[in-house]
Design a protein around this ligand. Structure first.
Ligand SMILES: [Zn+2]
Length: 82
């Protein structure tokens, strides 16, 4: 498979988290921090993704150029399963 397909594309990442509303006791869903971890970032850099947009919290999104981006973040899944 050729990774040329991924050249100059932008990627959107979103994480939907769930919480229980203390007053109504009902489930609420909200966008949460989804900055790519170092493994995902290295992969996106290797295939030439241009920009990544990711949810920061309920109200904010961030956008970074993949080739200028740094992260030391390691996702919970990575910490748990490595
Ligand atoms: Zn990751």
């Amino acid at each position: 498979m050729s990774y040329k397909l991924f050249k100059n594309i932008d990627i959107y990442v979103v994480r939907i988290a769930k919480r229980i509303n203390k007053e109504t006791k009902e489930s609420e869903y909200y966008t949460a921090m989804s900055k790519p971890c170092k493994h995902c970032l290295a992969f996106m850099q290797s295939i030439g993704i241009r920009k990544v947009y990711y949810s920061v919290n309920e109200k904010e999104w961030a956008c970074e150029s993949v080739n200028k981006m740094t992260t030391t973040h390691c996702s919970h899944a990575n910490r748990t399963y490595q």
